[in-house]
Write a protein that binds this ligand. Structure first.
Ligand code: NAD
Length: 279
């Protein structure tokens, strides 16, 4: 069993990006991320802070647009339009969730595909579906980078993904399919979940329920990737019961220190990619 060190891997990616950014700046190109945060969601504030910190560390310019929860859809779209137009902005990120009553899909659709560093615009998702070059959403992209770094070959493997969200489960399934894995997506209405997860060579948990995946759901020797971030008073926990599952696995990611840092690193990667493409 090997624990996949997402923190170390992310640091490595950031260090390589730093060199890239220095080169860009020498050529007068200054990558810049604009983050829009609507409302007072506590977890979102934590995520936004970590994105700001990563930008500062790498020398990526950063602008935060804070909007109150009463913001109208018209205002949000107008702000996105302005950011789309601005030459100094390389990438735009709309932090989800946004308050009820606002249509997040319409907002994602409005972000220019050339600045869509989160990969949530339907054009980005469509390109991913067609296996064309695009901005890949950061969490699934980070997981693929983990597979590459640890020489985990996904070709022909049965990958079971628990969770079908637009930001994790669905794009994850498309990337794995593009890399020749066989995919099963499970969700809250799936019957006999345990029978399916036990067949997984690669099991990816993106549910949002602390320790949902137990040892009896995992095949001996499986690769287990834990996307979950469940905040409790006792700390942050994943969707996988790490202590009891780990000895059955060939590779497993911890929480914290697994998928989370990779997500932020891939966002930085996408901002640099956007800045290069804008040249
Ligand atoms: P979501 O709430 O949008 O989706 C959860 C999914 O789990 C749904 O598709 C649902 O059908 C499925 N599900 C719920 N109960 C289930 C059950 N009993 N059996 C099978 N499936 C079930 O969540 P999300 O946005 O995809 O996030 C999932 C988790 O990953 C959360 O804990 C979130 O905080 C975390 N997350 C982490 C990162 C990271 O960078 N590490 C990034 C995004 C999300």
């Amino acid at each position: 069993m090997e624990i996949i060190d997402g923190k170390a891997l992310a640091k490595n990616i950031r260090e390589n990006l730093k060199k890239d950014i220095e080169n860009l700046k020498e050529n007068g190109i200054y990558p810049k991320l604009a983050v829009i945060l609507v409302g007072n969601d506590k977890a979102s504030q934590v995520y936004v802070r970590s994105k700001n910190k990563a930008c500062a560390e790498l020398g990526i310019d950063y602008e935060e647009i804070l909007l109150d929860e009463k913001t109208t859809m018209d205002k949000l779209l107008k702000i996105i339009d302005e950011l789309n137009e601005r030459k100094d902005i390389s990438g735009i990120l709309l932090q989800s969730p946004i308050p009820e009553g606002l249509d997040i899909n319409e907002a994602f659709r409005r972000i220019s595909p050339s600045k869509d560093v989160d990969g949530f615009n339907p054009i980005s998702i469509g390109k991913l579906c067609l296996n064309q070059d695009t901005f890949v959403s950061c969490t699934p992209y980070g997981i693929m980078k983990m597979f590459e770094a640890y020489n985990i070959d996904v070709k022909g493997k049965h990958a079971v993904i628990i969770g079908r969200s637009n930001i994790v489960g669905k794009p994850m399934s498309l990337i794995l399919l593009n890399r020749d894995a066989t995919i099963t997506i499970c969700h809250s209405k799936t019957k006999n979940l345990e029978e399916i997860t036990k067949q997984a060579d690669i099991l990816i948990a993106a549910i949002g329920k602390k320790h949902f995946v137990t040892a009896d759901m995992v095949k001996q020797g499986a690769v287990v990737i834990d996307v979950g971030i469940n905040r409790t008073e006792a700390g942050i926990f994943g969707d996988v019961d790490f202590e009891n599952v780990k000895n059955k696995t060939s590779y497993i990611t911890p929480v914290p220190g697994g998928v989370g840092p990779m997500t932020v690193a891939m966002l930085m990667n996408n901002v640099v990619k956007a800045a290069k493409q804008a040249i």
